[in-house]
Design a binder for this molecule. Structure first.
Ligand code: 1GP
Length: 235
């Protein structure tokens, strides 16, 4: 079953899917075991694996460790084309459409294309939209793009619709890892009524209750990363 069908099936069953995000970087080496324990003993449906940048070359080794310590499906959430792994056969194929940097609109996609074909990876075209969650985030800094202002609903809607019309199968609204605020519920309700493709939200979510509120406002998937790493996440 494709990962998109899997996520749709979970949504039908549970009203949304809860995704854990693991950054396979050395900063998490000493806590990877605990993070996986928290994930496996909670109600997560799948794990996203990826980071803004990886500081060393132990990426594949960490993915191997993650794979052998969970039964949940893994989905790649790559920060660049260097993070395409033979160990993960599903990936969010990200188009950073809130920005205007060609590196993240086409360059990285071209760089990774042949490897994706060779490895026969199930790609989910994803309109990736950064929102201003009140803190400076590594995605914004690395991509050298500005997040969209959440108060400008019409601009956010235009981006979401453009993402849909370009053929993306998902929209990912990301306030960035560890952001002060997550996406505003009224914005999410407004956008979700206007677009026809499922919405993933992430950035700054710290509890299962928050995830439920976001799902009621229209999120099909909610991503939890930072608060799982820090142990702050409230199950
Ligand atoms: C970041 O949306 C993800 O790209 C998750 O955000 O780490 O703040 O949970 P957090």
């Amino acid at each position: 079953m494709s990962i998109l069908n899997f996520l749709n099936e979970v949504k039908e069953r549970n009203s949304f899917s809860l995704l854990a995000l693991i950054d396979p970087d050395k900063k998490n080496d000493s806590r990877l075991r605990d993070i996986l324990h928290r994930i496996n003993s909670s109600n997560f449906n799948a794990i996203l694996v990826g980071g803004s940048y990886i500081e060393d070359d132990l990426f594949e080794k960490r993915i191997k460790y993650i794979k052998s310590n969970t039964e949940l499906p893994l989905i790649s959430f790559p920060g660049s084309s260097n993070q395409i792994s033979h160990q993960i056969n599903s990936m969010l194929y990200l188009n950073l459409i809130s920005g205007r940097n060609p590196k993240y609109l086409i360059d990285e996609q071209v760089k990774g294309a042949k490897k994706i074909k060779k490895l026969n990876i199930d790609t989910i075209p994803t309109a990736y939209i950064l929102l201003d969650g009140g803190s400076s985030t590594s995605v914004s800094n690395i991509s050298n793009t500005n997040p969209l202002n959440m108060n400008d609903k019409e601009n956010v809607l235009s981006h979401a619709l453009a993402g849909q019309f370009m053929g993306n199968k998902l929209i990912y609204f990301d306030c960035g890892s560890g952001s002060k605020f997550s996406i505003k519920s009224d914005l999410l309700s407004y956008i979700s009524k206007e677009v026809k493709i499922p919405i993933i939200v992430g950035g700054g979510v710290k509890s299962y209750n928050e995830a439920i509120i976001l799902s009621r406002s229209g999120a099909s998937c909610v991503v939890i990363g930072n608060s799982l790493e820090s142990g702050e996440y409230n199950f």
